[in-house]
Design a protein around this ligand. Structure first.
Ligand SMILES: [Zn+2]
Ligand SMILES: [Zn+2]
Length: 328
């Protein structure tokens, strides 16, 4: 057991979790790699510890989960908001309300600046603080909407980010209020309108070029070798291919798109699909139909967490891979 612990393996363990016959072995694998300095990318140390904490919490061992979350914060002092949220939630669920609320309150400003920060609300809601969660959601929405009203000349990136936050916060608030049996208010109506618009935005994307059908690097190369005519529909390089997809998804989410993802294609399956349908594998119609035919198992959700493995399969963290690509 001296091999390196890769991000892929951490992700795999996270997916296995309690489904594994012996979760304790998985926790030992993660913590052992951290103890012995065998995490392939040292930036993934916190990630490994939080996956281990999650498995322990699911197994009912909150105290040990808390110890690992605390350690994850210490290991990555610069980039630990998510770890702090996890720790805050664990403290609440351990009955240490003051400490837990202090940890989460420190993260509350993120709700107005980081579209991913809805995890702060999840921790509150999952710890019996649904009312406070609603208060924070409403406050963040008030602040962001006020900002978009008064800062008309914000950059396009800032506008996209505000739209993504408004979408995420209204949806989370809508669902939480529904759970609590509360009637629709103005923000709930906005949530409904945005959700309807996002379905529309996705339909519009479906009608466009088959950009959301994603080919992993090796498949992309094989695809263009087998059907050179596809060179007309796809960019010359795989880098540009994944950049196009990232940009299309960022745009869809800016328009309020939710449940976004990429359908991962393979040359062999496309060939079989076109064969069965008796259609031309290089036509845009066939590519669209093939993408639609892919089931959930072939769809990768988007966006991943900033520190999670990138959707493109590079093995790098999203924030260092395709996330910046959408802006170039
Ligand atoms: Zn509704
Ligand atoms: Zn990537």
């Amino acid at each position: 057991m001296s091999e390196l612990l890769t991000a892929d393996r951490i992700e795999e363990i996270g997916a296995l979790g309690l489904e594994s016959p012996d979760p304790a072995v998985l926790v030992a694998e993660l913590v052992g790699a951290v103890d012995e300095g065998r995490v392939a990318d040292p930036d993934d140390t916190g990630y490994a510890l939080l996956v281990a904490a999650d498995i322990l919490e699911q197994a009912g061992d909150l105290a040990d989960a808390l110890a690992l979350a605390t350690r994850a914060i210490a290991e990555q002092p610069d980039d630990n908001a998510y770890a702090r949220a996890v720790r805050g939630g664990l403290l609440l669920r351990l009955g240490r309300a003051d400490e837990g609320l202090a940890e989460l309150t420190a993260l509350r400003p993120l709700l107005e600046t980081d579209p991913q920060a809805t995890y702060v609300i999840d921790e509150l809601a999952e710890s019996g603080h649904g009312e406070l969660a609603l208060e924070w959601l409403t406050g963040a929405l008030d602040a962001i909407l006020e900002r978009t009203r008064t800062h008309e000349h914000e950059s396009e990136d800032a506008q996209d980010e505000a739209a993504a936050m408004i979408y995420g916060l209204t949806q989370q608030r809508h669902d939480l209020r529904e759970e609590q049996g509360l009637p629709h208010d103005e923000y709930d109506n906005l949530a409904d309108r945005l959700r309807a618009a996002s379905t529309h935005a996705l339909d519009a994307l479906d009608d466009g070029p088959a950009t959301l059908l994603f080919w992993p690097q090796a498949e992309f190369t094989a695809l263009l070798l087998r059907w050179p005519a596809l060179g007309d529909s796809y960019p010359a390089s795989w880098d540009e291919h994944r950049a196009q997809i990232e940009r299309a998804l960022a745009e869809a989410s800016g328009m309020g798109g939710a449940d976004l993802g990429v359908a991962v294609g393979t040359v062999a399956r496309l060939a079989a699909f076109a064969d069965r349908a008796g259609s031309d594998p290089t036509s845009e119609e066939t590519l669209d139909e093939y993408a639609d035919s892919l089931d959930e198992a072939a769809v990768t959700a988007w966006p991943p967490g900033r520190n999670d493995t990138c959707w493109c399969g590079s093995g790098a963290k999203y924030k260092k891979c395709c996330l910046p690509r959408s802006r170039s």
